[in-house]
Design a protein around this ligand. Structure first.
Ligand code: HEC
Length: 132
């Protein structure tokens, strides 16, 4: 790799880190996208797809971070989530994944919760950047 290409690559990497940091200041430092991808496959993919518009038992999680809860078209959300006024960021999402039933009482996500904060960080890093 010549030095110009190397500099471009470093510049792109820096830009990606800045972007990720803006969207998700906490987990950007710690979250491992590869681990997050594996966690998503085991814990979430039964009900969720990362593809835009693809709802399964749960709504598509395409571009979830930064959006208001319960906005996906064609998905019948619970009233509880629809009225929750939640905006998905690192904190609200982490709390929801840790225990959906206490975070959104009356919601219909039948998932017991992911106890490990570092695993939640990995998962959220993947949700922000699901390329791999
Ligand atoms: C058994 C199925 C199931 C599993 C497993 C599951 N979910 Fe869900 N999820 C749902 C359903 C159903 C909803 C809609 C909840 C409601 O309307 O109250 C939902 C909603 C969500 C939402 C809110 C989406 C929006 O549009 O506001 C997020 C974020 C989410 N799930 C993330 C996850 C993650 C991350 C995992 C894995 C750790 C996971 N879910 C595991 C079924 C599931």
């Amino acid at each position: 790799m010549n030095s110009i290409r190397l500099k471009t690559a470093i510049g792109q990497l820096a830009a990606a880190v800045v972007l990720l940091g803006a969207a998700y200041p906490v987990a950007a430092q710690q979250g491992d996208i590869g681990k997050g991808s594996a966690l998503f496959a085991t814990h979430c993919s039964e009900c969720h797809s990362m593809k835009e518009g693809k709802n399964k038992k749960g709504p598509s999680l395409f571009a979830t971070l930064g959006s208001k809860a319960a906005q996906r078209e064609g998905f019948a959300y619970s009233d509880a989530l629809r009225n929750s006024q939640l905006v998905w960021n690192a904190e609200t999402l982490s709390r929801y994944i840790a225990n959906p039933k206490t975070a959104v009482p009356g919601g219909k996500m039948k998932y017991d919760g992911l106890d490990s904060a570092s695993e939640r960080n990995d998962l959220i890093a993947y949700l922000v950047n699901p390329v791999r």
